[in-house]
Design a protein around this ligand. Structure first.
Ligand SMILES: [Fe+2]
Ligand SMILES: [Fe+2]
Length: 196
């Protein structure tokens, strides 16, 4: 289910999707953002879904070796901050060029992207929904599969982190509901009770 036709934005962002499995991560986050936006009538659905679509394109602008050497070790690293800042700059370029949404929405989307990983608190409902959509990736079988490999953990051990540590912290009720459903599905699919 998608709320808007964002074909032109996907086309503009496509060159930046070939880094850090963004070609899987971004569609999954976008899927959750659409679901969350539909569940929260007070949000701005365009801001939430476009924020999700463009939130990680900045990974294309950072040193790829440094990314994999440092980005998974701790929350705040130079490359992590750089992917947020570059992502906000690149998103602005794409959105100003396409003229799909007014300037105030572009400003809000870029504000959400700048700090989406390293800012632990949410600055608005729209921000909290983008953060939750990003995080819900870790509750999906595909996200568990890729993220567990990045962290050199078995899927079951990665799921333990999501369930018991900050890895799985979610802001909104909608995300908590979706997260519980996705995680139950992933556990059954990946047989994590049988394979530890
Ligand atoms: Fe990110
Ligand atoms: Fe992300």
């Amino acid at each position: 289910m998608t709320l808007f036709d964002h074909t032109a934005v996907w086309q503009a962002a496509e060159p930046y999707m070939r880094f850090r499995r963004n070609d899987v991560h971004i569609p999954v986050v976008y899927h959750y953002a659409n679901k969350l936006a539909a569940m929260h009538p007070d949000c701005d659905q365009e801001v939430v879904t476009l924020g999700a679509l463009l939130h990680d394109i900045g990974w294309a602008a950072v040193d790829q070796e440094e990314l994999f050497a440092t980005a998974f070790k701790k929350l705040v690293t130079d490359v992590r901050i750089q992917h947020e800042k570059e992502g906000a700059r690149m998103a602005r370029e794409i959105l100003e060029d396409l003229k799909l949404v007014p300037a105030a929405k572009i400003d809000e989307i870029c504000k959400i992207i700048d700090g989406h990983d390293t800012r632990l608190e949410a600055i608005s409902l729209n921000d909290s929904l983008v953060k939750d959509a990003d995080k819900l990736w870790r509750f999906s079988a595909v996200g568990i599969s890729i993220s567990s490999e990045w962290l050199h953990l078995s899927p079951a051990k990665y799921i333990y982190k999501v369930e018991n540590e900050r890895e799985g912290f979610l802001f909104t009720d909608g995300a908590k509901q979706l997260g519980a459903e996705s995680l139950a599905e992933a556990k059954a699919l990946l047989k994590t009770a049988e394979i530890g």
